[in-house]
Design a protein around this ligand. Structure first.
Ligand code: SAM
Ligand code: SF4
Ligand code: SF4
Length: 369
């Protein structure tokens, strides 16, 4: 069941005059562990043209799968309102994700509206996107023109056979590489390339990927395979620890650690000693970073999740469609974030496989990465 939060109502004036529009309450908000809300990830669709085996396996997301209907999704107006309230509360970065965000029709229009938002200090907000890159070759220019600052592109292998078996829709790797080039040419950088590593599936591609992206404008990041959702049949022995990846790459191309560039950064950064750029490793399983987690997520149909592994979200769409004003929305958001005490990745190791499996968790394709 979704928790509905107390909302401060703005009483209508007795004389029938239009309701005065109060500004949303502003100011950074912090959670139960004093973590601020800095980063908001917005899932704009639960649909995807890929069926990555670790995210949307065909056995679950087959022909009969019931995706959300259009009117169940947040509209661009609703997304913009929520984002505006979050920015007033201290969010500096908005990331569009999904499903595959480039499948949402008219996404450039949403980007334009989000790019017009300003922080309470009058600063622009960074608009980023995580995409599988399949439509980037066609869309990169328009996205940049709309105000998108940067993209992160997911790419799990350079070997066409491995890549096609992982996306499971026979999508050729060349088209993603063309998308990467187009994004770079359009100025959507610095661009990160995300590789989820699953043991026995694509771990043999770690070195070829590292060699390919060394000395390039792209920063490769290795993501530990996570137990998101309940569809992917996750097993701990399929996770390749980041330490193993750093050791493997470092043995051939020496690496040294470098510091984080932003508070709450998820990736630990390593640079090539010879100046050939850097890589990142995201160790959500073997070295949890909940202590600095400043990310909120809005699901495709408007639920605010305070953790990727939260069992339930808070229904902001019900508030929006119930006519709440910005002040009420801001109060609801502050109350949800204020109560946040999530730290799933830190407690994961203490759960038995049965407890982990029994815990309801949202799918990555619904909530967004
Ligand atoms: N479709 C877009 C894409 O693939 O970039 C955006 C959404 S996707 C859910 C966001 C990110 O989550 C991708 O980089 C994907 O590789 C990652 N991801 C999905 N399932 C995962 C899992 N089980 N463990 C780790 N990362 C995962
Ligand atoms: Fe689609 Fe992204 Fe999930 Fe792959 S990881 S199935 S591209 S949403
Ligand atoms: Fe943040 Fe939850 Fe991930 Fe911890 S498990 S880093 S709290 S999203």
């Amino acid at each position: 069941m979704t928790t509905l939060l107390p909302v401060r109502a703005v009483p209508a004036p007795a004389n029938g005059a239009p309701r005065a529009r109060r500004l949303p309450s502003t100011g950074a908000i912090t959670d139960a562990f004093s973590r601020p809300m800095r980063d908001l990830r917005i899932s704009v669709t639960d649909r995807c043209n890929f069926r990555c085996v670790y995210c949307m396996p065909k056995t679950v997301f087959g022909r009969d799968y019931a995706f959300l209907e259009h009117d169940e999704l947040l509209s661009f107006d609703e997304i913009t309102r929520l984002a505006g309230v979050a920015v007033a509360h201290g969010v500096h970065k908005l990331r569009l994700t999904g499903g595959e965000p480039l499948l949402r029709r008219g996404i450039e229009g949403l980007i334009e509206r989000l790019a017009a938002l300003r922080t309470p200090d009058g600063e622009p907000v960074e608009i980023a996107m995580t995409t599988n890159g399949s439509a980037l070759a066609v869309k990169a220019e328009a996205l940049r023109a709309a105000g998108l600052a940067r993209v992160t592109v997911s790419l799990d292998s350079l070997d066409d056979a491995v890549f096609q078996s992982m996306n499971d829709v026979r999508f050729p790797v060349d088209r993603v590489l063309a998308g990467l080039r187009a994004a770079h040419d359009a100025g959507l950088g610095p661009i990160k390339v995300n590789m989820v590593v699953k043991r026995g599936l694509n771990d043999h591609e770690v070195l070829p990927m590292a060699r390919h992206f060394k000395d390039s404008p792209f920063t490769l990041r290795f993501i530990e395979y996570m137990d998101v959702g309940t569809s992917n049949g996750w097993r701990l022995d399929e996770v390749v620890p980041s330490a193993e990846i750093v050791e493997l790459i470092g043995a051939e191309m020496p690496l040294e650690p470098i510091g984080a560039t932003a508070p709450g950064e998820t990736a630990a950064r390593w640079r090539y000693v010879d100046g050939g750029g850097e890589i990142g490793v995201i160790s959500s399983v073997t070295n949890a970073f909940c202590g600095s987690c400043n990310r909120a997520r809005i699901s495709t149909e408007g639920k605010l999740f305070t953790c990727l592994f939260a069992s339930e979200g808070h229904d902001l769409r019900a508030l929006l469609r119930g006519g709440v004003d910005d002040d009420g929305l801001a109060a609801a958001m502050a109350s949800i974030w204020g109560a946040r005490d999530d730290r799933y990745s830190e407690v994961r190791a203490t759960l038995t496989p049965e407890l982990r499996a029994a815990r309801p968790k949202p799918e990555m394709s619904y909530l967004g990465g």
